[in-house]
Design a protein around this ligand. Structure first.
Ligand code: CO8
Length: 258
């Protein structure tokens, strides 16, 4: 697969997507968004691919939506086109797991893209922020909602109102990122985490992702019902029989995704 603004590589069952607009610090223009939708749909449809990593450069994961492309768009243009809405809906519809590996700036739409991932692994150089207020706007691709769910009201409100950037250590303490690693190890750590996920039974990976996401969308009692139902569904899979037999027989399991 060849794209204009991203580089796509396969590492066995892991797809690695590298944002590649260095001249604009990986700002998300419409071509990047189209390329990302395409590669994520291809990943979801490919049974041989079990996890995906999105990363950027050492300097920037992504410095936001492309301000130069956005500058001329009017409010009515954006409203009638629902700019970015279809894109984020389609990215978030990816059923299989994916990770954001963030070094450098993850600002505005870049922070929002990272937060759409199932989790973030950050380099110690990572800087997260929602600086939209400094441009006279507000987050438009989920930042105000996902940041608040991840960090709580106080920090999310402070970041949105001041545009302050949060470094990697604070982001880990606050629960925005799963783990912080030295910048030189970021890609290796992200790929080995992705390979560990790729080695899990595929249906159980999809179900685990779905269940954690349900926790953000519903009441505890409804979430617990969903959890029991998916547990019961997984109990009827060949992979459940294989996983439990392999444990009892003290051998590695072989997953079929059935
Ligand atoms: N868009 C377009 N170009 C960008 C962007 C961007 N977001 N960020 C950086 N660039 C470009 C610069 O213009 C510059 O290009 P050139 O060399 O042609 O002048 C190049 O990248 C390098 O940038 P700098 O020279 O500024 O690099 P510095 O190291 O000095 O600074 C910063 C790095 C601090 C990251 C700085 O570039 C910066 O502040 N960038 C903008 C950050 C920002 O405000 N992001 C939020 C954008 S708005 C947004 O994301 C809203 C999303 C939701 C929209 C939904 C609508 C419905």
């Amino acid at each position: 697969m060849s794209y204009e603004t991203i580089i796509v590589e396969r590492h066995d069952a892991v797809t690695l997507v590298t944002l590649n607009r260095p001249q604009a610090l990986n700002a998300l223009n419409s071509q990047v968004l189209a390329d990302l939708i395409d590669v994520m749909a291809a990943y979801d449809a490919d049974p041989g691919q079990r996890c995906l990593v999105v990363t950027g450069s050492e300097k920037a994961f992504a410095a936001g939506a492309d301000i130069k492309e956005m500058a001329d768009k009017s409010g009515p243009d954006m409203y009638s086109a629902e700019l970015y809405a279809e894109w984020s809906t389609r990215v978030c519809a990816t059923r299989k797991p994916w990770i954001a590996a963030v070094a450098g700036f993850a600002l505005g739409g870049g922070c929002e893209l990272a937060m759409m991932a199932d989790f973030i692994i950050a380099a110690d150089t990572a800087k997260f922020g929602q600086p939209e207020i400094t441009l006279g706007v507000a987050p438009g691709m989920g930042g105000s909602q996902r940041l608040t769910r991840a960090l709580g009201k106080a920090k999310a409100m402070e970041m949105c109102l001041t545009g302050r950037r949060m470094d990697a250590a604070e982001a880990e303490r606050a629960g925005l990122v799963a783990r912080v690693v030295p910048a030189a190890d970021l890609l290796g750590e992200a790929l080995s985490t992705a390979k560990a996920i790729a080695a899990m039974p595929p249906l159980a990976a999809i179900a685990n992702k779905e269940l954690v996401n349900v926790a953000f969308e519903t009441s505890l009692s409804q979430g617990l019902v969903n959890e029991r139902r998916l547990f019961q569904l997984l109990a009827s899979t060949q992979d459940k029989a294989e996983g439990m037999s392999a444990f009892i027989e003290k051998r590695p399991p072989t997953w079929t995704g059935r």
